[in-house]
Write a protein that binds this ligand. Sequence first.
Ligand code: AMP
Ligand code: GLY
Length: 433
Amino acid sequence: MNVLVVGGGGREHALAWKISQSPRVEKVFVAPGNAGTARDLVNVPIAATDKAALIQFAKDESIDLTIVGPEAPLVAGLVDDMEAEGLRVFGPSREAAELEGSKVFCKNLLHTANIPTAGYQTFRSGDEAIRYIKDRYPEPGEPAHVVVKADGLAAGKGVIVCSTRDEALDAIDRIASRREFGEAGDELIIEEKLIGQEASVLAITDGETIVTLPAAQDHKPANDGDTGPNTGGMGAYCPTPMIDEEMMTKIESDVLVPIVHAMKRARRPFKGVLYAGLMMTAAGPKVLEFNVRFGDPECQPLLMRLKTDLVDILEAAIDSRLAELEPLEWDQRPSICVVMASEGYPGDYEKGREITGLDEADAVDGVKVFHAGTKLVDTQVVTDGGRVLGVTAIGDTISGAKLQAYTAVKQIRWRGAWCRKDISDKALQTSAT
Ligand code: AMP
Ligand code: GLY
């Protein structure tokens, strides 16, 4: 069969890499892809949000299965439009993708379904939000442990964690007045700041059956020790010792089962990947957000460990047959992904810098370099985004996998390249205690 992967980041490189290992698959196309998918598979120069061109391509090339990687085309209804044309596609409908597309919709649903989450208020204007903060925190400079969020999609950056009243007021100004996140800031949420370790629990569901994947941990802040501004994710590892079997059962029954039911009751049945971003607080796991797709970079270490044919899983979900699927098989060894980023990310950065050492990095034992923001200029790979590469390794232990990943990172060079040095250290702290 022929498969189309929509998207061009590290997650899509990993998806396409895994799908191409299926004995049932002949050709894998990636739209638009990156330099890594151009080397390993076939790139198609169509943007992930160009619905008409993607549908035409899928028809012309007799695509048997499409998987949509990023949230933007899901929220824009690519799955609905492809299905309306008789195409087979994995991912949630537009209405189901609202769970990620609108944080206000998500929080209200969490509240109705009684799923643990941070206390919150929603606001339709910056003025209302400012009044709320000034009422609650009347003194300038007063501590205010709140998180200010833009309602809509903002590439992981529309969430501002604050410690003081003035930071909160500035965050509201950035979202509502300066419109840094465009119309994503039409509505705002202010919520209580939760304390704890974060974990990502992803599940594949057909709207009835939930197949939970091993828990992963992302590293959202830009700098070591979880400092600096939030990013799309600077690295991940899996499984995380923070979530044992008992905790996973609790997360399934307190979070995943009720959300799948709540979506069904809201007449937005959810099919696809349901990603719960959790804070493991002293009072138990609480939902920070839901995403409606594989996480990036969580997808890279997850798929490196998956032994079951991914195509079989995706098709079972599409056909509502997940209940009949054999339990998923996993490599028992842990894996880690270190994101290498452009100088300046998550702020402004330059593109087009020449990357060297990729083959040497890939040659390190247990390593696969997934590309994210890269492109080919003739035969030279150059930077083309903020998160450039996801250097992913598997090893006998977490520290072994970490060593392999960073050994590979050292082989790779471009001007201004940087990465966090502490990806997976939180796992080592957890297991030491
Ligand atoms: P979100 O996109 O809502 O997951 O937020 C992005 C990141 O902001 C999360 O991964 C957390 O690191 C942080 N964050 C979001 N909401 C909260 C909260 N209520 N308390 C503490 N940190 C938060
Ligand atoms: N790793 C965070 C995300 O994919 O949103």
